[in-house]
Design a protein around this ligand. Structure first.
Ligand SMILES: [Zn+2]
Length: 187
């Protein structure tokens, strides 16, 4: 079997999120607190980076989305650390036999300047996903003053993730193939 065959199929997921910036809330991004006079409004801590990564992870498994698994009508998730949501999604992936290949995130924010905080975010996201920091890319861009993001009223994040499916044991495949045709019922 080739090395690629042993790794199993690669699955890709994408996620994106946007939250409004308001006064009186801490700014949580990428699992850390970034000093800023305003923070992201949300039922949870409003961490757009972790929400985008969680949605990408769920999407790669074709397992719904963050709103479906963690509804904002549920009081359990009020002001919750979004790291807990990502950890839950990571657990779902692990139970299904998926391994995380890499994650790539782009944050869209006019301010504050995020560059000094990106290495800390990278380490935190890697820790939450149980992977090495080298498997997590985090970039920040401004919106060139355009629209709500450019005006500093919101921050958005985009994420892409690649998962590898654990190859099924050969014995299982063989047994399936040898199942008598008569037992296969078609709907
Ligand atoms: Zn969100």
């Amino acid at each position: 079997m080739s090395a690629l065959g042993k790794l199993g199929a690669v699955r890709v997921g994408q996620g994106w999120d946007i939250h409004r910036l308001v006064s009186g809330r801490p700014l949580r991004l990428g699992g850390i607190e970034v000093p800023n006079e305003r923070g992201l409004l949300g039922h949870s801590d409003g961490d757009v980076v972790l929400h985008a990564v969680t949605d990408a992870l769920l999407g790669a498994m074709a397992d719904g989305d963050i709103g479906q698994h963690f509804p904002d009508s549920d009081e359990r998730y009020r002001d919750i650390d979004s790291g807990e949501l990502l950890s839950e999604a990571r657990g779902r992936a692990a139970r299904r036999g998926y391994r995380i290949g890499n994650v790539d995130v782009t944050i869209l924010a006019e301010r504050p300047k995020l560059a000094p905080h990106l290495p800390t975010m990278q380490r935190r996201v890697a820790e939450l996903l149980g992977v090495a920091p080298a498997q997590v890319g985090i970039k920040a861009k401004t919106a060139e003053g355009i629209g709500a993001i450019g005006g500093g009223d919101a921050i958005a994040a985009l994420a892409v993730i690649a998962l590898t499916a654990r190859a099924r044991p050969t014995a299982v495949r063989t047994r399936r193939r040898q199942r008598p045709r008569a037992r296969v019922r078609r709907a």
